[in-house]
Design a protein around this ligand. Sequence first.
Ligand code: SF4
Length: 383
Amino acid sequence: MITKEKLKTLGELAKFDACGYPQLLQTHKKAQRFSFIYQAMGERGKTMRLFKILQTNQCENNCYYCINRISQNTKRFSFTPKELATLFMEYYSCGLVQGFFLSSGIYKNPDYSQEEIIQTLRILRKKLQYRGYIHAKILPNTSDELIEEVSKYSDRLSINLEAPEQDCLDRISPDKNFEHLLSKLRHISKVAKKLKAGATTQFMIGSAKESDRSIINLADKLYRELKLKRVYYSGFIPIPDTPMQNTMPCLPRREYRLYQADFLIRKYKFTKEEIPFDKDGFLPTDLDPKSAWADIHPEQFPMEINTASFDMLIRVPGIGKISATRIITARKSSKIRTLQVLKCLAPQSYKARNFITLDGHQPPKTETRKSILQKQLFLWEEL
Ligand code: SF4
């Protein structure tokens, strides 16, 4: 029998896996009402309600931050594959969810638990004829054959690296080996090339004394070498009664800045060396990273809006790719001479005014450079 407690518990526990921008996610009424509904959010605010759940919260590992760890005294639940597939379809059929995200604790051994995931997905695809979105988690140490098998039923595969190096991983997950996780991610990325939504990974932020630089450097490598679709940054939240219950939670602002730095290397051709870390390897929290870069590169400014190339325009604070395209189209007909015209083309142009010239003239400065830059940007607004 599927108890409400089982559904609630295994849904709540699955939320620790990020697969979208985190801080504004769970504002949807359905996501607030049902623990297993997760409002995944992509760039530019596009959302999808996922049925996000664990197959089981039994686990043989002992991650210090996790309530499912083997030494934790907690109530354990499991779904059978048939039970979970049928349950998902009930919620999908009535329109409450739009896709499926399935993860699991490691019960008996990684292959046993991965097989349970595969069987659930197989029932969904083959018996219940489900054609929608599936994101399946690959468990650490799963065999390569099973990774290939799970890919047959999935649109996206992911494995969590959690930390950027072994020393950091040792502080939070004594059973996990960084190089081994990385080699699995490498294999997943090959297998996932044929999948619509590719491969992703997640770092847990603020739990292992990792620096922002070490995370972004690794993310950059993963995008370039493994062609990952996305890297997610999940701020650490201490869970009562775990060994890390007294560790400070990650500030949402830090998580947010990492997403913005990630955006710059992925979409704006910034190199990892150009990301403005402080001497300890952390991003500034009072400025978004593109504004912080502009602030320490006065030699690049002011930039003439009527002649700058696309690649240079998108380096101006407040001008993103959409705005730069509009500017380049507009200036073919006539020169852009006023801030009013620029504002129509680039709504965030108040951030640009101290970094540009308009037909040779610098706009009047009404606020200090830093106070303009410090105005908060939403993640999907143009950087
Ligand atoms: S592997 Fe670690 S993080 Fe995952 S469920 Fe087990 S104890 Fe928790």
